[in-house]
Design a protein around this ligand. Structure first.
Ligand code: FES
Ligand code: FES
Length: 190
């Protein structure tokens, strides 16, 4: 067993863990945070996506022991301390961006991480620019999150709503989309 401390949704949690335990199993089985879903358990579906130090990661591929000292945010931690929904959560409801909802926690955490990344993607024509998050860019950047209900059209629309709001706020504040953090590849994915 290994003694670690992980900050989960703002609260430091000291734990003794089997080094083989995945972060996903730790969250669900030890901490009771069942919002994070297990789909494939092999890094293929994105249902288990959480934020580790602000970057999206597949919790099924991350060893809990390797997260000692990390800051982990799950879907339960997206809303404000006062209970206000995260803008993405509100947009998903507004856009009816789910059916069964199984993929939704992963979609939300992935989108939250994605919106902070910036930089070009595989579908960006001009690699020197930091592109606007048009639907094609959103689809590419969210391609690691599968939805078996096929709610993609509304998922993209919900994320575009929030991306547009952020861009408008940046423009009013005199910044650009390039003010987003530079890209970091999603951890624990193919
Ligand atoms: S459960 Fe499918 S990627 Fe982790
Ligand atoms: S809403 Fe059912 S899997 Fe996405």
């Amino acid at each position: 067993m290994a003694d670690i401390t992980i900050r989960v949704n703002g609260t430091g949690v000291p734990l003794s863990v089997d080094p083989r335990t995945s972060l996903l199993d730790l969250l669900r089985e030890r901490l009771g945070l069942t919002g994070t879903k297990k789909g494939c358990d092999h890094g293929q579906c994105g249902a288990c996506t959480v934020l580790i130090d602000g970057r999206r990661a597949n919790a099924c591929l991350a060893l809990a022991v390797a997260q000692d000292g990390s800051d982990v945010t799950t879907v339960e931690g997206l809303a404000s301390a006062g209970g206000d929904l995260h803008p993405l959560q509100a947009a998903f409801i507004e856009r009816d961006a789910f059916q069964c909802g199984y993929c939704t926690p992963g979609q939300l955490c992935s989108a939250a991480g994605m919106l902070a990344e910036g930089g070009p993607s595989a579908v960006t024509a001009d690699l020197s620019e930091d592109p606007a998050l048009v639907p094609e860019e959103i689809r590419e950047r969210m391609s690691g999150n599968l939805c078996r209900c096929g709610a993609y059209v509304n998922i993209v629309a919900a994320i575009a709503d929030v991306a547009g709001s952020a861009a408008r706020a940046g423009a009013e504040a005199g910044t650009s989309a390039g003010a987003r953090a530079r890209p970091g590849a999603r951890e624990g994915t193919r």
